[in-house]
Design a protein. Structure first.
Length: 730
């Protein structure tokens, strides 16, 4: 990588992964995005200048007398009447800032191509440094275009004036073309995360704020705006994700002038950022992904994540978590029996959940006392861990480091470490409070207690839970809002443990999927999508979580026959067939499984292991279907040589038979053999179409499969059919 300094009077054209970003950084002004979308090809200084002129809006009636220019950090002084980039003040003054860019640095792998004031490059990171001399505020604004076409940007402000400067908001925003008029984002609740919702982008703000102190099951996740009717396979769509695990903001905004943007940043509580002279505040990365269809947009997130040096490289271990098998009833003999059965079906990682530490016989007590409960484990965890390791499995352990029970030795010794404000304890949630990790002594105590457990035992994996929202989250003794510092402290704690214990893996679990974001993914190795493993619910939750994360990062488990959360009684083939497309695992008391169940489960584990590279390394595909009773999705190898597709029958269709389905994403002119795959016992609730033949399937080109398609089998609801497509060598 080489860094090049540029004058503060240039156009920049960044292009990578089929995406172009054109920035107008002329005459010392903050950069404005002239184009963000499909690649424009090579440009000249004249063509980019013409593009900039072509994008300039004429002055309408009753607005400022010159064209309103929307910078990446939108500026009120420039006539922008939407949400500004910086909301702050110094004792009531310096609230409308006018930055002048002093320097532009470009870090790129290749050489820069320059034509007059135009600088072109491939993937690159650009840093703009600016100052408002009168306001006494410095700005560093970073913009990156990554190799796969994903954009990320963030800002930092520094107080260089006298007196305290309070920052209330720091937002970055990217412009949208006027043809983008339909919003897609996500809602949800505990055990039913990431519910898609659509609406028209109208004049005003579509504002999604997270005030839970964690990302939240109802987080927008990716807030997208696209051409009306956009789907998985086509229709331009632009979207943003705020990579932060605390309070946050996503928004799409359309003004009465027709100008519209999509953006976000951290949601700061009152007084969280008070900058003395020389102090800085750095906002989180805001990721922006453009695609022709939602799959194309998702691929940019997935390729970025897979290219990170910290992305898990080794095969994702098939995991058994014992929570729904034993809950708090920890018994060595019973757990050894579970480990034996898990190893027999092919499990590679055994995880002991909540209940192993001092006094933790139910969920009302013990959090914070991170020592092994000697009443339950008189010889410590060693006998269980040694047995698990002797069976060839890794061992994982549950922690909830950011929480504390009022009924705990820690809370009795340090009640002043509980987050609170107003001279009162917050309302309890799940009988617990929040431990203020922003207090240095509290942070060091938890770091050392966790380190002691990890040093004593052979633990490869932490299931890191976070089971309540942050209410009245003040820092004692002042009670000042502390969510910002708590979030950064949690990050530091994860980073410190990984530095002390190389190879340690961490799962982000937060009442299930309430901390799924690219901030926590910088230091964790998978997320727990939801506490609900009912496959009917998981079909939707996994499908939409993959808009941000690739399947190998999604904890996806086979639950009990009667689901713990919903009470549904569902076939093993549906439970396993749903879970297999993710980081596969088991959440089931295998001591209650029949021999036939164990045989079938062994086949599913073997199927997953044999196809893990394809499932975890291919391109996600989701077909656009009109019948909500079923959905088609899968993974196509990067070279197009093979694919696995899943037909999920979710309900009863209104008509029977219900027509053809398509298999997108294959090489158009290449012939493929498509055949059904049977795992475990045959499903008696299905009538196969003629093209199945005797199980050898049929041969059609990728283009035919994507456009004309194949006839669906007739199936009872709550079933999954697996198909394998392999390219035939010519």
């Amino acid at each position: 990588m080489t860094t090049t300094a540029l004058p503060a009077d240039v156009f920049l054209h960044l292009t990578a992964g089929g995406v172009s970003v054109v920035l107008d950084a002329t005459t010392g002004r903050l950069p404005a995005v002239v184009h963000w979308g499909a690649s424009l090809g090579a440009q000249t200084a004249d063509s980019v200048d013409a593009l900039t002129v072509a994008a300039e809006e004429p002055a309408a009636g009753n607005v400022v007398d010159q064209a309103v220019r929307v910078a990446l950090l939108p500026e009120h002084h420039a006539g922008w009447e939407g949400r500004p980039g910086v909301v702050g003040h110094r004792a009531g003054a310096d609230w409308s800032l006018l930055f002048t860019v002093a320097s532009i640095d470009v870090e790129a792998e290749g050489s820069l191509r320059q034509d007059g004031r135009l600088v072109e490059t491939g993937p690159a990171a650009v840093t703009f440094r600016a100052r408002d001399e009168i306001g006494g505020v410095d700005l560093a604004l970073e913009v990156e275009l990554l190799a796969g076409g994903l954009v990320r940007t963030r800002a930092a402000v520094t107080n260089v004036g006298s007196g305290v400067y309070e920052v209330s908001e720091l937002n970055v925003a990217l412009p949208l073309p006027t043809r983008a008029r339909e919003i897609l984002d996500f809602a949800g609740r505990w055990s039913k995360e990431r519910i898609p919702q659509r609406r028209e982008l109208v004049v005003g703000s579509h504002l999604r704020e997270g005030r839970k102190g964690r990302t939240g099951p109802d987080a927008a996740t990716v807030l997208s705006v696209g051409v009306p009717g956009f789907g998985f396979r086509q229709g331009e769509v632009w979207g943003v994700h705020v990579g932060f695990s605390g309070n946050h903001r996503h928004y799409a905004e359309r003004l009465s002038t027709g100008a519209q943007v999509v953006g976000g940043g951290e949601l700061l509580l009152a007084g969280e950022i008070l900058l003395d002279e020389g102090q800085s505040y750095l906002g989180p990365w805001v990721y922006a992904s453009y695609g022709d269809g939602l799959d194309d947009q998702a691929h940019r997130f997935h390729r970025y994540l897979r290219a990170r040096p910290t992305h898990p490289r080794r095969p994702r271990p098939v995991t058994l978590n014992v929570w729904e098998a034993v809950y708090f009833d920890h018994d060595l003999d019973r757990l050894i029996g579970l480990a034996d059965r898990a190893a027999a079906v092919g499990v590679e990682r055994f995880v002991l959940d909540d209940g192993w530490f001092a006094g933790r016989r139910d969920d009302t007590r013990g959090l914070g006392d991170w020592t092994v409960d000697r009443d339950v484990w008189p010889d410590g965890l060693g006998p269980l861990i040694d047995h698990v390791r002797g069976l060839g499995m890794e061992f994982g352990l549950w922690f909830e480091p950011e929480m504390v029970s009022e009924d705990s030795e820690l809370a009795r010794a340090h009640p002043d470490w509980i987050m609170q404000t107003g001279g009162r304890l917050p309302l309890r949630s799940r009988h617990q409070q929040v431990l203020d990790l922003g207090i240095a002594a509290a942070y060091e105590h938890i770091l050392e207690r966790m380190s002691a457990i990890l040093a004593e035992y052979d633990i490869a994996y932490i299931k890191w839970d976070h089971n309540r929202d942050l209410i009245d989250a003040g820092t004692p003794p002042t009670g000042r809002a502390g969510v910002h510092e708590q979030t950064l402290a949690a990050y530091r704690l994860m980073d410190a443990l990984k530095a002390r214990f190389p190879g340690l893996e961490i799962e982000s679990c937060s009442s299930g999927g309430a901390r799924v974001d690219l901030g926590v993914l910088e230091r964790t190795d998978r997320v727990w999508v939801s506490d609900c493993v009912d496959p009917l619910e998981r079909q939707q939750m996994n499908r939409w979580t993959m808009q941000l994360l690739p399947p190998e990062l999604l904890g996806s488990h086979v639950g009990s026959p009667v689901n713990h959360t919903t009470g549904r009684d569902l076939a093993l083939s549906f439970r396993a067939g749903t879970a297999v497309f993710g980081h596969f695992g088991i959440e089931w008391d295998l001591a209650r499984a029949t021999d036939a169940d164990l045989d079938d489960l062994t086949e599913w584990v073997d199927f997953h292991i044999r196809h893990r590279e394809l499932l975890h390394g291919g391109d996600l595909v989701r077909a656009d279907q009109v019948d909500p009773a079923f959905q088609v999705y899968g993974s196509v190898a990067p070279d197009g040589s093979e694919a696995l597709f899943f037909l999920a029958f979710l309900g009863r269709p209104n008509e029977s038979p219900h027509g053809r389905f398509t298999l997108p994403g294959l090489d158009g002119d290449a012939p493929y053999r498509v055949r059904p795959v049977t795992v475990g016992a045959a499903d008696p609730g299905r009538t196969d179409p003629r093209w199945y033949g005797d199980g050898t399937g049929t041969v059609l080109t990728g283009r035919v499969l994507a456009t004309a398609g194949l006839q669906l089998p007739l199936s009872l609801p709550e079933r999954v059919v697996v198909l394998h497509a392999s390219r035939i060598a010519g």
